[in-house]
Design a protein around this ligand. Structure first.
Ligand SMILES: Cc1ncc(C[n+]2csc(CCOP(=O)(O)OP(=O)(O)O)c2C)c(N)n1
Length: 596
């Protein structure tokens, strides 16, 4: 089978992360709209695509919306790239499972980045299962070069087979860099005008039943394609051992077992069953090496293909060492990692406005249903001020549910949610509380940005992906119009007022929202002088240390000291010191408190 994308004229060679390479692939494929929701390790795909220029790129408030905006673009006959992290695909699963029935107009590619080992996620999921479950093809690159080429290929496959296509990366592919050869050309795509065609575009039972049959025929054609495609390839070496592998694990296998023959799969759904049987017949022993779920293993065993049991872990990331060990091979020589580095646990930054809210909630002994963002770090000692964290938006709905139980023994229940997370999936939970007459207090931490994933704009901040001004959501007006009885705004850097307002709102019956608004400390350049502890006035009571500010350290003697190089002069510690022992000093350095 011939694919022009594999025969591109190589013009430019540059070092790119997998995320950048996906963006280049989409750009060269002639994509006209990129849309997604940030989430590590996928975020830089859309940011890179936006920087390449010529493609309209935008953040959606959540992944379901992104998937649907992309569907509209595709039905309008243009190519679209939709991006998200693995848990985002849970949110976008609803449209995905029907988009597969409908198919596409212009090419529709959904990039999903998994995070084995949970470097930055609340769980690890293997999105390959989604491809099989939703009945859509999935491509899995093993390098930055492939991330580029497979993304281009995915658009061709999408249009040729009339299907959305998933491209799956994992953290190691998304974030590691490799040389990528690109053409720099942009495929001229002729937009296909939208034609009303209810039997294709309108999924109601009568139409869906017909498309369901069509879906199975399409998957059969795609399996044939998978058997012949250059994206799947056999690399014959010793016939003693054959490994079936995809994604980053391919690179590990090449390092750990250089003599093994390999069937390298670039298409992981549908699996090329004939090609797999052919490979199996060429080797004495056959094994599957795969990170996370036994996705290929279980399918091959069901087909009656004999596999060597590797005992490789199903949790976390694979490594060349682990693979070598599983096959009794010598571990590859790797450059020794630097040992004994001090641990650097994530912490709320100096000057972070979230800290003031947690301090106040701690004083009120509130039970805090939490959410996902920088503010999840409030769960860590010494603040230890968050009691639950499940998924985006859950803080609001769980405050509602917990409130029905009376299980907190009279302690107030407060849901805490960031501005981006509130726009993502908090609004419906709040509407539910209003609708069902729930009591409780929800704090919206409005730091004017999506900080956790690298300061993306969102509907509350009123800044688009390209940095343009957009209408900023008026949180007070929104919550009031939903029917919340009391909506108040506080500056969380003013600890006494924050505490007083939260005390009033948690004591009153009914539903209230407190908007704690202060920009992320990394967004403002602080001109304030840093502070220092006057050891003569200090009683070592520890109140300042309990704020958990990285600028405040406790010496072995128990004496707190402030690192003036990172103190941004937010004065939160000044407010908790009852002995006036924390005082401003002259400027410690000339680069202020953070990025501007
Ligand atoms: C469904 C889903 N999509 C994306 C993410 C990635 N993610 C983690 S936190 C976060 C947003 C945090 O922003 P915000 O709520 O404003 O809080 P901040 O970090 O600014 O304090 C995102 C997008 C996720 N965990 N789950």
């Amino acid at each position: 089978m011939e694919y022009p994308f594999l025969e591109v004229t190589r013009l430019t060679r540059s070092l790119m992360s997998g995320n950048e390479a996906v963006a280049h692939g989409a750009m060269e494929a002639g994509v006209s709209v990129g849309v997604g929701y940030p989430g590590t390790p996928s975020t830089e795909v859309l940011e890179s695509l936006a920087k390449l220029g010529g493609v309209r790129c935008q953040w959606a408030p959540n992944e379901k919306v992104a998937a649907e905006v992309g569907a509209g673009v595709s039905y309008g006959g243009q190519r679209t790239l939709v991006t998200m992290k693995h848990v985002g695909l849970n949110v976008a699963a609803d449209p995905l499972f029907t988009l597969s029935y409908i198919g596409v107009g212009g090419g529709y590619v959904l990039l999903v980045a998994d995070d084995p080992g949970m470097h930055s996620s609340q769980n690890e999921q293997d999105s390959r299962n989604y491809a099989a479950f939703a009945k859509v093809p999935m491509l899995e690159p093993s390098s930055s070069q492939e991330a580029f080429e497979f993304t281009r290929a995915a658009f061709d496959i999408s249009e040729r087979f009339d299907t959305p296509v998933l491209v799956r990366t994992t953290t190691r592919i998304a974030h590691s860099k490799g040389l990528v050869e690109t053409t720099g050309d942009r495929a001229p795509i002729e937009p296909i005008p939208f034609k009303p065609k209810a039997e294709k575009w309108v999924m109601m039972p009568a139409n869906a039943r017909a498309r369901r049959v069509n879906l199975d025929s399409r998957m059969a054609l795609l399996e044939e394609f998978s058997n012949q495609s250059e994206l799947n390839r056999i690399e014959m070496r010793s016939s003693e051992l054959g490994i079936i592998v995809s994604g980053i694990a391919y690179e590990y296998v090449r390092e750990a077992l250089p003599n093994a023959s390999v069937l390298k799969l670039g298409i992981v759904n549908p699996l090329p069953v004939t090609l797999i049987a052919e490979f199996a017949s060429k080797v004495d022993r056959l094994a599957v090496v795969e990170e996370l779920d036994p996705y290929m293993t279980s399918r091959l065993l069901a087909l009656g293909i004999e596999l060597v049991e590797t005992g490789l872990p199903r949790i976390g990331e694979l490594t060349p060492d682990r693979i070598a060990q599983a096959f009794g091979a010598q571990a590859p020589e790797l450059r020794a990692a630097v040992k004994d580095l001090p641990p650097r646990p994530p912490l709320l930054c100096p000057g972070c406005p979230h800290r003031g809210v947690y301090w106040a909630l701690g004083k009120l002994k509130a039970v805090v249903t939490g959410d996902i963002g920088c503010y999840t770090l409030g769960a860590l000692p010494p603040l230890s001020a968050m009691d639950t964290c499940v998924c985006m938006g859950a803080s609001v709905s769980m405050a509602h549910g917990l409130g029905m139980t009376g299980a907190t023994g009279g302690r107030p229940i407060v849901g805490v949610i960031g501005d981006s997370t509130f726009a993502h999936s908090g609004i419906t939970g709040l509407l539910d509380m209003v609708y069902n007459g729930a009591d409780g207090t929800i704090v919206i931490l409005d730091n004017r940005t999506t900080a956790m994933t690298g300061h993306q704009g969102n509907p509350v901040s009123g800044r688009t992906l390209s940095g343009d001004a957009a209408p900023a959501l008026d949180l007070e007006a929104l919550c009031t119009s939903l029917g919340v009885q009391s909506v108040r705004r506080v500056d969380p850097l003013d600890l006494a007022t924050t505490r007083a307002v939260l005390a009033e709102e948690t004591e009153r019956a009914g539903l209230s929202v407190v908007i704690a608004q202060s920009p992320c400390a990394l967004l403002v350049r602080s001109d304030a002088d840093p502070f220092a502890v006057d050891e003569e006035l200090c009683t070592r009571c520890g109140a300042c240390v309990r704020l958990g500010c990285p600028a405040i350290m406790k010496l072995p003697s128990g004496q707190p000291v402030i690192d003036t190089a990172i103190c941004v002069g937010c004065e939160q510690c000044v407010q908790v010191c009852r002995y006036s022992a924390i005082q401003a000093v002259g400027p410690a350095c000339d680069f202020g408190g953070g990025l501007s």
